[in-house]
Design a protein around this ligand. Sequence first.
Ligand SMILES: C[S@@+](CC[C@H](N)C(=O)[O-])C[C@H]1O[C@@H](n2cnc3c(N)ncnc32)[C@H](O)[C@@H]1O
Length: 265
Amino acid sequence: MTVSPFLFWLLLALTVIFAAAFAAALSYALRQRVRMKLRPNFGKPPIPHVAIDRWNEIFTSTGLGPNRQSEIFFIGQAGALASINDTETWVLGALAKQANRIFEFGTATGRTTYVLARNAPDDARIDTLTYFDDGKDDASFNAGDPDAEKWKQVVLAESRYDKFYYEDTPVAHKVTQHFGDSAKFDEKPYESKVDLIFVDGAHSYSYVKSDGAKALRMVAPGGVVLWHDYSPRCPGVFRALNELGRELPLAHLKGTTLVAYRKPA
Ligand SMILES: C[S@@+](CC[C@H](N)C(=O)[O-])C[C@H]1O[C@@H](n2cnc3c(N)ncnc32)[C@H](O)[C@@H]1O
């Protein structure tokens, strides 16, 4: 059978149009799926997405570039395990400049501890808590958490550090290193005293709830709590913060996976 050139080109054009329409529909469907995942129960997201300069004026642009109030000492993320991106580093460093007491759940390599200490005032004090896996397996991992075993393995992989990035630096004296399970950490001595708290410890639902509840007791009036990894890729963090977002005015900072809460002064 011979096909006329006209019919050949017509069929080819139709095939191309059909393939392009199919690719566009597929890409739209995938984007919708991600959007739906970000909107639990298909409703308004409980945590509004807010530009960092609308959340805090120190991040506003002068028209020529970022406001000098937000200038920080910066180190990149490359080479550090499970750490934070550049915008998140900027937010953490700039807020640390205004904080005298800082607490971090989750030290890992100590990279974020260093960013906090390097940018904080000379007389600031930074407490950072990490779990160290010495084989005793004594953290109170909640077997009832979704994906409990997976998140336990993630924790153990990140809990092998007993030397830290900030050590042997001129800011090391600002840092107090704590080892132990955050669920057993006594936050009473810190109650309403801490200006900036960074929650980046275990990412399972029950730990995010427990660390978050401690952080909210520890934060001083006018102080800030920041949680890392607010994303459907970390379902425990995502669910715990979406629940908290129904009770407190939280903000999901654009360009980051940070969720922020400022306690009224
Ligand atoms: C994602 S890493 C922290 C990364 C670090 N903040 C950074 O950005 O470079 C998680 C940290 O939380 C700690 N962690 C996990 N479970 C913990 C627990 N139950 N108690 C205390 N620390 C815990 C791990 O040991 C690890 O240091």
